[in-house]
Design a protein around this ligand. Sequence first.
Ligand SMILES: Cc1cc2nc3c(=O)[nH]c(=O)nc-3n(C[C@H](O)[C@H](O)[C@H](O)COP(=O)(O)OP(=O)(O)OC[C@H]3O[C@@H](n4cnc5c(N)ncnc54)[C@H](O)[C@@H]3O)c2cc1C
Length: 459
Amino acid sequence: MNKREFLKLMSLILLGSGATGCRNESYGGDDRDIKGNQRVLVIGAGLAGLAAARELTLSGHQVIVLEARDRIGGRIWTSHQWPDLPLDLGASWIHGTTSNPLTDLADLLRTKRVSTSYERSVVYNTNGEEIWGAKEAKLESVRQQISAAIRKAQNSDPDTSLRQALASLESSYADDSEALRFLNFCVSGSIEQEYAGSANRLSSHWYDNAKEFDGDDVLFEQGFEVLTEYLAQGTDVRLSQVVQEIAWQESEVRVRTAHDEFLADRVVITLPLGVLQRGDVRFVPELPEKKRNAISNLSMGVLNKCYLRFEQAFWPEGIDWLEYVSANHGQWTEWVSFQRTVNKPVLLGFNAADRGSEIEAWSDEQLVASAMETLNAIFGPDIPQPIDWQITRWASDPFARGSYSYNAIGSTPIIRDELASSLSGRLFFAGEATNRTYFGTAHGAYLSGLRVSIDVLST
Ligand SMILES: Cc1cc2nc3c(=O)[nH]c(=O)nc-3n(C[C@H](O)[C@H](O)[C@H](O)COP(=O)(O)OP(=O)(O)OC[C@H]3O[C@@H](n4cnc5c(N)ncnc54)[C@H](O)[C@@H]3O)c2cc1C
C-alpha cells in the first residue's frame, strides 16, 4: 500500500468512526511537536486548502488554516438568502461524475444530487424563435466549421488566440450576419462560458488541454458547501485572517496577517491565481523568476452568475438549459432553469469573459434590466418581472480576483507544474490553477490539495 492509499484509507476509517482528527488551539515560535511532526500553515480555506489541511491534520501534523474571509469555502459558496433554496454562487456542478473524487466524497456523505443535461436544452434565435429544422442545420454547420478552424490552428505554429484562429471563417461570413451571430453564439456558449477566458486571449493550442471525467453533471440539492463543511470538520481554521506577508527563507516561515503573526515549518499556499497576480501577498524574499513567470503567464477568467426568481415559471418546464443567440457577442447566451431539477421558478443567467468583467461595474438593477431584455426578446413583453435576484462579481472579489484560471496565449501546460512546484521544502503550492490536468474546476482544486499533502508528508 503506498502513502496515498494509506492516507485515503485512514480518512475513510476516521470518517466511518466519526472521529475528526486532532486539533491544536494555537502554536507559537518554538513548540515543535516532540514526535517530529511539523507545524503547517495552510493559506486559504477553499477546497484545495481544506483537502490539504484535513489530510495533514489526520497525519498528526499541527495544522492551522488561515482564511481571509469570514467564511470557509472560497469559490465554493452556497447562499442561504432564499431559505427554501440553497444556491451556489461559485461552483455548482460536479462535472463528470464517473471516477470523480468529489463523487466519492458526496457518496460518503450521502448528499442528494440532481443531474442536468444539454440534451434538455432549447436554443433561441436573436428574434426569440426556437431554432430547429434548417436553422438548426445551419447552426450545426457553423459549429463544425469552428471545430475545423480550431483543429487547424492547433496543428499549426505559432500558437494564436482563438479569435485569430477563427478570423478567416469570420471573414467568410461577412455577407451573412446570422452565420456571424451563430459563430459568436458558439464561441461564447461553448468556449468562453466553459473556460471563462476571452476568445481574444485563449490559446488555440492549449485552451482545452484539461482532461474531463465521464458521466453526468450534477448539482447539490443542499449546495456544494456540504463538501467544504465536511472537509473543515476537525481542522483548525482561523477566519478573517488576511495574509499580507510570507517571509520564507529563514529556518522557519513567518506569516504575517492583518492581526497576527504565525511561525511554521511548512506553508501550503492555495491563494487564487488572481490574488497571486495582483501581488496582494508579499513574499520575502520575492518568489524566484520561474514562479513569477508562471503566475504572470497563466490567466484568470471571469464567469458571473445572475439568479432570477419569479412567482412562477413562464418558460418550458422540462428543460435544463436555455441558450440564446444574442445580437451582441456574449450577452446572456446561457441560462439554466431550476424548475425541472428542484421545482423552483428560478433562472440562472451567465456572463463570461470580457462581458463577464464588463457587467461587474453595473448596478444590480441595470443587470436585471439587461437580463429581462433578453428574456423579453425570447418570451415576449408580457412575462412577469423577477421577485428577487442574486448576482456575483467574482473579478471584483479581493480574495478571488476572478473565477478560475485558463490557458491564455503564451502559456503552456508545463507552466502549471512550475506554479505547483515547492520552494526550499518550505513553501508548497496548491489550488485549481496548479492542476495541469483538471485546472479551473472544483475537482482540480480538491486533487491539488491531496497532492500537496503528499508533497508535505514526503519532506
Ligand atoms: C462562478 C463560478 C462557477 C464555477 N463553477 C464550477 C462548477 O460548476 N464546477 C466546478 O468543478 N468548478 C467550478 N468553478 C471552479 C471552482 O469553484 C474552483 O476551481 C475551486 O473552488 C477553487 O478552489 P481553490 O481551493 O483552488 O480556491 P479558492 O476556493 O478560491 O480558495 C482560496 C482561498 O484563499 C482565500 N484567500 C485569498 N486571499 C487570501 C489572503 N490574503 N489571506 C488568506 N486567505 C486568502 C480565499 O478567500 C479562499 O477561501 C466555478 C467557479 C466560479 C467562480
